[in-house]
Design a protein around this ligand. Sequence first.
Ligand code: Q0Z
Length: 287
Amino acid sequence: MPETATHVGSGKVRELYELDDDRLLLVASDRISTFDVVLPTEIPDKGRVLTGLSAFWFARTRELVPNHLLALRADGRSTECRRLEMLPLECVVRGYLTGSGWKDYQATGAVCGHVLAEGLRDSDKLPEPIFTPATKAQEGHDENIDRERAAKLVGQERFDEVERVSLELYRHASEYAAERGILIADTKFELGLDEEGRLVLADEAFTPDSSRFWPADAYEPGHAQPSFDKQFVRDYCESLGWDKTPPGPELPEEVVVGTRARYVEAFERLTGIEFDAYLADPDVVLG
Ligand code: Q0Z
C-alpha cells in the first residue's frame, strides 16, 4: 500500500509531515530567507545541501547524543525521523558575540545571565562558548532567557543535561569546521525526549540555516561578519534599497548561481564529500 503523509507543520523553508504514530518526514525546500523574509526566488539544491549537512553531523555526533534521524530519502531533501516530545526551549550556543547576543551585551553587559568582560566588540570570539537558551516563539523572534527561567521550563536536572550536551556538540562541530575554514559563530538545536525519557537531538544540526557560518579567512572582529552562504543575497538586497518588508525581491541569475556555489562549497568543505556523490546516493554522508 502506498504511504500517505499528513502535513503537520510549516517552517519558513521546510515542511513537516506525519508518516505514522512514531515517525515524521522533514522536507527541506530550496526556499531562502534573508532579513527574515522568504524570497520569491529559490536556490537550486539548497534543501539538499542542508539535509545532507544535517545528516552528516547527526552521524558524527551520535556518540555525544542520540538523534532523531531514521533514514534519508533518495531525493536528498527528505529525512525520516523519530517523533519525539520536544523540549519547549531553543538551545543556542554562542562561540562569538554577534546578533541578539551582541545586542543584549551592549545593553546589559550580559547574555542570558552570562556576565561578560567589558570592552568586547561585535563578532569577538568569547573566551568559552556559552549556552544561551531562548523561548520558542510561535511568530516573530525567539526571546533570550536566563538559565533560571530555562531551568523552570524543563527542570533543573534536564537543564543541566541540555546545557552540557549543547556545549559538547558545539565544541565538537566548531573545532572541526574551523579546521576546514568555516567559523560556526553560533548555533541553535532542538532537543526532544524519546519514550524512555532520553535526550535526543532533533530537527537540523549545524546547517547554515540553524547556525551562523563565517568564512575564517575574512574574520575580523569589530563589525558584523560576512555570511558564508547568504552574503551575495544580502549584498544584492541592500543594493536595491529594499525596506526588508515582504514581499522580498526576485534574485538575478548571477546571485542565484553564486549563492548555490557557496552552499555546495560549505557542504564539500565540511563533509569532504563531493556534492554530486551525495546527489547520486545521499547515504554517503552517513559514513
Ligand atoms: C520539529 C519544524 C519543520 C516546521 C516539530 N523529531 C521530531 N519530533 C517531534 N517534533 C519535531 C521533530 Cl523534528 C518537530 N519541528 C520544527 C520543522 C517545519 C517545524 F520542517 N517541529
